[in-house]
Ligand binder design. Structure first.
Ligand code: PLP
Length: 386
């Protein structure tokens, strides 16, 4: 048996006719950038997320870059984000000219640690040259960072909050959808995401009318909506592609069902793996997790002073042998990435992120997985532990 981390073919198969029709409609109208489908998708997403504005853009990365720029953040500013996330969170900060300021993660939820943010804000020594202007909490793997205390800290220190909801479309925090709590939220529709396009796409969620207007200008070369050759600001070419919007419009109808199925699969794994000694995902009562990834932690390696990831590799070897895909998201924390060397961080600065990078791995949790496939995965893990 072969089990990939995500089976896009199985997801598309039952929707194929609907998607073909949606694409054909766009081709027949010869309108390939933004347009009617993008406008409709924005409305549907805003309704689904219970927010006033959704602004369709070209990727999740651009959603973060444009959010920062629309909030007036750039060169000479510091922006806090977790040291354990996908590169794009910090890459987007750096691309605006701002400085990524890393925080460690919470050892239980793996999201940004509120204590670490507080520590940075009391000990940060670059406040004169690069004052901190914003926080980007990342809703890693499909559950939200603890937003209430983060919003409180932001208010106290006058910081903007951009939620990186790239991995958490449809997740809920205390009744609110991911990406709708801060000043704005960035979503990715990268093909591998729980709501994936057939190429790059993304959007920004916000309740702020002015911010939405600035985002719309920035995504489209700064062009005035009334006169496309009058440029009101220095913008980007970061528009949502119409064919992607049409495809996402079809898929959006299924997102609740898919997210629920992911959570059911995660529950099944939790039950089956509870006696293996592996640490299954921890979900605080305030969160509804949508399991973009189902991540397991091997107990104890680096916590006991060992620097290897032997336990994890033993399991992953067995998974490979049985044809099961698995992956470590992310094996190098951002503060140790070559591209961020200029920031001056060193090994040991964020122990939880470093431990996490060594001791965790994701297994397939996609909605179309059958019980038989999940049992096969569980058996392979158990065999590796014998
Ligand atoms: C946490 C996080 N932030 C940002 C991004 C960037 O999204 P995109 O690939 O759509 O640019 C991704 C996805 O890859 C992500 O996982």
């Amino acid at each position: 048996m072969k089990i990939p981390l995500l089976d896009i073919k199985a997801q598309i198969k039952p929707l194929r006719k609907e998607i073909d029709i949606a694409i054909a409609n766009v081709i027949d109208k010869h309108h390939f950038i933004l347009g009617e489908e993008a406008r409709k998708l924005e409305e549907q997403i805003a309704k689904y997320c219970n927010i006033k504005y959704a602004v369709g853009v070209s990727s999740g990365t651009d959603a973060i870059v444009l959010s920062l720029k629309a909030l007036g953040i750039g060169s000479g500013d510091g922006v806090i984000c977790p040291s354990l996330t996908y590169y794009a969170t910090a890459g987007a900060i750096a691309r605006t000219g701002a400085r990524p300021v890393f925080a460690d993660i919470d050892p239980k939820t793996y999201n940004i640690s509120v204590n670490s943010i507080n520590k940075i804000l009391t000990t940060y020594d670059l406040r004169l040259t690069t004052p901190i202007k914003a926080i980007i909490p990342v809703h890693l793997y499909g559950q939200c960072a603890d937003m209430d205390p983060i919003m409180k800290i932001a208010k106290r220190h006058n910081l903007k909050v951009i939620e990186d909801a790239a991995q958490a479309f449809g997740a809920v925090y205390k009744g609110k959808k991911a990406g709708t709590i801060g000043d704005c939220g960035a979503v990715s529709f990268y093909p591998g995401k729980n709501l994936g396009a057939f190429g790059d796409a993304g959007c920004v969620l916000t309740n702020n009318k002015n911010l939405a207007r600035r985002l719309r200008l920035l995504r489209n070369q700064g062009a005035s909506p009334e006169n496309k050759y009058k440029h009101l600001c220095i913008g980007h070419n970061a528009r949502l592609n119409t064919i992607q919007a049409a495809i996402l419009g079809v898929k959006l109808k299924y997102i609740e069902r898919w997210n629920r199925k992911r959570a059911q699969n995660a529950d099944y794994y939790n039950r089956k793996l509870k006696d293996t000694g592996l640490i299954t995902p921890y979900v605080p009562g305030y969160n509804t997790h949508i399991y973009h990834q189902y991540v397991l932690m091997v107990k104890g390696n680096s916590a006991e002073g060992r620097s290897d990831s032997g336990g994890k590799e033993k399991i992953r070897k067995q998974l490979i042998k049985k044809g099961i895909d698995s992956r470590t998201y992310y094996s190098i924390p951002l503060h140790l990435q070559p591209c961020f060397k200029y920031l001056g961080y060193k090994k040991g600065d964020f122990p939880e992120s470093e431990k996490f990078a060594k001791e965790t791995f994701a297994i397939p949790v996609y909605p179309e997985l059958s019980k038989k496939q999940m049992d096969y995965v569980v058996d392979a893990i158990e065999e590796s532990l014998l």
